[in-house]
Design a protein around this ligand. Structure first.
Ligand code: HEC
Ligand code: HEC
Ligand code: HEC
Ligand code: HEC
Ligand code: HEC
Ligand code: HEC
Length: 471
């Protein structure tokens, strides 16, 4: 009896030991082993690439090349650091203390990243064995617009002004020519002893000239009238169409510098685009994540970046914020901080009676930003892309739906809803509905007809119903 109990106890103990060993074995699988570098690459690009390169070059933070050999503390500390650097620093770890002393003064705190331990393992698998082509960083700025493309902005009103200048020049020449002609005639008349021309005004002379050239004058008048009608008509038809509309902005923010050259994900700045109606414009705090350290741009020097500091009240010399209470402890005069948020001018602006949701299109519909906004990574300032321009992107961004109506008009929304297909294959809910209706005797006749071609467009789901888009 006693013996049996002992044996049972023994077995139970060994099971426990084995279990504990297994579990701790799992925990001991280091952060540097077993990650998936492909997944790591996209995670890195979305969360870290804005501030880190995978080489040892410094960007906003230190390059992560060679981090595996450099990291002299535990794996847990690495995870803790990436998720919440300030909390990790509070642990008093010596290595972390070293990083903080070395970088935080001049670069500010790294912002904690919402990535799990497994995701961090993938990221470092990518960082420690980058693909042969050097990964994302090597080719980064090769195809970005050059400095000149960015700074030289052509103005649309240019043409109209030149026409006006030419017209005035022409008028002056015409008037002075008629004056010269008149003087010559007078001189001639005087020499030959004939009558001088009566002293008439320009208007009278124009009238008699018009009478003499009636056909010509009539033709010109008809032409002007028709021109007026055509211009007026197309102006009326263009109401509500904003091709390439591009308002002035308080800071010359350049998308191509951020998105193309520095590969910052759209979501980093427009962070609500996947889960809300609005994409959102970043606040000055978001800019400061990087611009606390990046104080100078290649094109605009310090001039534009200083405007971020003025808006948020940051003294770039001492690297401290004015606290708004009048007590600064730094060298900035108090009135250089107005505390006003940066007032970006809206580029896209649907009328108030229209409902539009980004989440519905980007997350549910799976559409790419370029389908509606064009290739923003090449833009200087935010602008409205024309539909012609978007159609040319189909090679670079496969899957873009080509349309013909001007962007942001109701015709454009409707046309896409008539064209865009819902992907039934990857959506069990629709597939089941689909089958149920197709085989049902009582099923809605109209719906069955729609289903016959095995395709469902947004329209067939109700994408043409006025109330879906109008309040
Ligand atoms: C907003 C900029 C920013 C982002 C985004 C960012 N970091 Fe950092 N990182 C920094 C800065 C700055 C430092 C230097 C320490 C400091 O100043 O806080 C740093 C330091 C580090 C270090 C320590 C480097 C060393 O030499 O010991 C690691 C590791 C690190 N980051 C990993 C990551 C990972 C992984 C991600 C993405 C999941 C990430 N960081 C995202 C800015 C950033
Ligand atoms: C570093 C931050 C940042 C990143 C990254 C970024 N944007 Fe922007 N975006 C801004 C700011 C700031 C504005 C407002 C100034 C302007 O319109 O140029 C803006 C404006 C826009 C606008 C016009 C908004 C309006 O008023 O209608 C669109 C569209 C846009 N961004 C799309 C994108 C897309 C698509 C991407 C990714 C390819 C992207 N942005 C990446 C900061 C960013
Ligand atoms: C994730 C990092 C990051 C964020 C966020 C960010 N920037 Fe930048 N910004 C950079 C980098 C990197 C540069 C490149 C500096 C250079 O080499 O020209 C830059 C350059 C600039 C320049 C100078 C361009 C030039 O070449 O002269 C301006 C102006 C600027 N950013 C404004 C902003 C504004 C405004 C915001 C917030 C809406 C913002 N940035 C957010 C990283 C960032
Ligand atoms: C189906 C077309 C469509 C797609 C796809 C789309 N947008 Fe938009 N976007 C719009 C329209 C329409 C507006 C104007 C909304 C308004 O005025 O209410 C807009 C406005 C914006 C604005 C201005 C701020 C705001 O929230 O109104 C930003 C920034 C923006 N989009 C970014 C993006 C980004 C980033 C993506 C990709 C992740 C994207 N958009 C995808 C159609 C689209
Ligand atoms: C490039 C194509 C495209 C454009 C342009 C577009 N949409 Fe859509 N829209 C879609 C797709 C795809 C869906 C379906 C998403 C889903 O539910 O699977 C959708 C769905 C919708 C829905 C939900 C419909 C429903 O049945 O619930 C509304 C509302 C909507 N769009 C409004 C608009 C408005 C307003 C505009 C114009 C400003 C617009 N869309 C422009 C592709 C587009
Ligand atoms: C897919 C979305 C969508 C649907 C469905 C839709 N509209 Fe619109 N509608 C819009 C948009 C976007 C505008 C704004 C166009 C602009 O600003 O040029 C608009 C504008 C209008 C206007 C203002 C006139 C104008 O051209 O600006 C009227 C009136 C209107 N819609 C009526 C309707 C009626 C009636 C229906 C149903 C038969 C309907 N809409 C269905 C998106 C939609």
């Amino acid at each position: 009896m006693n013996n049996r109990l002992k044996r049972l106890k023994h077995i139970a103990q060994s099971i426990c030991v084995i279990l504990v060993f297994q579990v701790s074995g799992l925990a001991a699988q280091g952060i540097w082993e077993g990650g998936d570098p492909t997944n790591g690459q996209s995670l890195f690009n979305a969360n870290c690439a804005a501030c880190h390169k995978i080489t040892d070059e410094l960007l906003v933070g230190p390059g992560l090349g060679g981090i595996k050999d450099r990291w002299k503390t535990t794996d847990e500390m690495l995870v803790a650091w990436v998720q919440n650097p300030q909390e990790a620093a509070e642990s008093g770890d010596k290595y972390i203390k070293g990083i903080v002393e070395r970088y935080v003064g001049s670069y500010g705190w790294m912002t904690g990243q919402a990535v799990s331990k497994d995701e961090i393992r993938d990221i470092f698998a990518y960082v420690s064995t980058p693909p042969a082509d050097g990964g994302n960083t090597a080719s980064a700025s090769a195809n970005c617009p050059t400095v000149d493309d960015i700074v030289v902005e052509e103005s649309d009103s240019g043409n109209a002004i030149w026409f006006l200048v030419l017209f005035i020049l022409f008028l002056i020449i015409a008037i002075s020519a008629s004056g010269v002609k008149r003087s010559l005639t007078d001189v001639l008349a005087e020499r030959e002893g004939g009558d001088m021309l009566p002293d008439t005004g320009y208007f009278q002379r124009f009238r008699s000239w018009a009478w003499n050239n009636m056909v010509f004058v009539t033709l010109i008048a008809i032409f002007c009238l028709m021109y007026g009608v055509v211009v007026g008509y197309s102006a009326l038809m263009d109401i509500g169409i904003y091709k390439n509309y591009k308002p002035e902005q308080p800071i010359q923010f350049i998308h191509s510098v951020h998105v193309c050259e520095n590969e910052i994900d759209c979501k980093y700045c427009h962070n609500s685009v996947y889960d809300s109606k609005h994409a959102g414009i970043p606040s000055a705090n978001v800019c400061m994540n990087c611009h606390k350290a990046v104080k100078k741009g290649k094109r605009t020097g310090t001039a534009e970046i200083e405007k971020i500091y003025a808006a948020i009240g940051f003294d770039s010399k001492s690297g401290t914020y004015i606290d708004g209470e009048g007590n600064t402890g730094n060298s900035l005069p108090q009135d250089s901080y107005n505390g006003d948020p940066i007032k970006w001018n809206k580029v896209h602006n649907l009328p108030d009676h229209v409902f539009f949701s980004h989440q519905q299109h980007v997350t549910v519909g799976g559409l790419q930003c370029q389908n509606c906004h064009g290739d923003v990574s090449t833009y200087s300032v935010g602008r409205i892309a024309s539909v012609e321009e978007i159609n040319t992107l189909v090679d670079a961004f496969p899957g873009i739906i080509q349309l013909s109506k001007p962007t942001l008009t109701m015709g454009w929304c409707i046309e896409c809803h008539n064209t865009a297909e819902i992907d039934l294959a990857s959506n069990g809910y629709y597939e089941e509905m689909h089958e149920r209706f197709k085989n049902s005797e009582r099923g809605n006749e109209e719906l069955r007809n729609y289903l016959e071609d095995d395709k469902i467009t947004v329209r067939e789901l109700g994408g043409w119903e006025c109330s879906k888009c109008h309040y």
